[in-house]
Design a protein around this ligand. Structure first.
Ligand code: NCD
Length: 285
């Protein structure tokens, strides 16, 4: 069985349609498919190299690719596009690899798996999320994901104009999750299980001087860690980072962003692809 276990996606083909730049999400999905014995059709920037240039609709693109592949992984700068793709798709599954400032569900899965690996549970956690909570899709999905479990509390720290979306806040609170908005580093509780730092999303700003003003409002420094973190506080960041983490933090054993968090991006996507594409996963154990 071991050989079969290693290549459950043999004979399967996945399309990666990435209408927006990506390093990790693109490469880890591609690597995951290939490590499992599958193959990929890869389109980076189809908006400059595919029939999209000629005006083809997303729906038509999806319906065409459905004839070629077993699954479509899509990233797009416009919020809601992955949902549109899923509604258009007739026969094949869609994975949302990030839709504008909407969601990034596979990132949430890998982040939650990283917490789970360390704490062996996904409930009763206290965390901090910092940075661009308005446009940052990773935090939207992570908060939603954690709200499926009991007794989680998240402290939200962001510049005033980049606060967590009101509608989502209300939705998640209705599920019983505790979300606490704070304004200063001094309000960070000292017992956090994790800190989740994010970059300010430059590409979502129409006024770049506004971006410049807020981009480094909150920086993760060794000093802040010393002052406010716990011995066990995990330090995560979805990457790319653009100056919001002081380089000295990298050598802190609690900093997982270039270690377990990245590695889990591959493993969790391998698991997800297998679950989606292989009906009877039991036969691979
Ligand atoms: C994030 C994204 O694309 O939303 N990166 C990622 O997928 N790991 C975070 C970001 O771009 O800031």
């Amino acid at each position: 069985m071991a050989g079969k276990f290693a290549t459950p996606l043999r004979g399967k083909l996945a399309a990666l349609l990435f209408f927006e730049p990506s390093s990790r999400t693109f490469s880890s999905h591609a690597a995951a498919v290939k490590r499992l014995g599958g193959q990929t059709v890869e389109y980076q920037q189809p908006n400059t190299t595919s029939s999209t240039v000629k005006g083809e609709t997303l729906e038509d693109t999806v319906n065409v690719f459905e004839h070629y592949v077993d699954l479509i992984i899509i990233r797009h700068p416009v919020m809601g596009t992955a949902l549109r793709a899923a509604e258009a798709a007739i026969t094949k599954p869609i994975i949302n690899a990030g839709d504008g400032s909407g969601e990034h569900p596979t990132q949430a899965l890998l982040d939650m798996f990283t917490f789970y690996e360390q704490y062996k549970r996904l409930d009763g956690l206290t965390g901090l999320m910092t940075g661009d909570l308005l446009y940052g899709r990773t935090v939207h999905s992570l908060v939603k994901g954690l709200s499926l479990f009991q007794n989680n509390t998240i402290f939200l720290l962001s510049p005033k104009n980049l606060r967590f979306p009101k509608e989502l806040l209300v939705h998640v609170r209705r599920r019983g999750m505790k979300l606490v908005e704070i304004e200063h580093e001094k309000d960070i509780p000292e017992n956090c299980h994790f800190w989740y730092w994010t970059r300010v999303q430059k590409e979502r700003f129409s006024d770049l001087s506004e971006y410049e003003r807020v981009k480094h409002r909150f920086v993760l420094t060794s000093r802040l860690i010393k002052e406010r973190a716990d011995k066990k506080t995990l330090l995560l960041h979805p990457l790319p980072r653009v100056g919001e983490i002081e380089p000295t933090v990298d050598s802190d054993p609690r900093a997982l962003y270039l270690r377990d968090e990245v590695a889990n991006g591959l493993y969790v996507r391998m698991a997800l692809l297998t679950l989606i594409l292989i009906k009877n996963t039991q036969s691979y154990w």
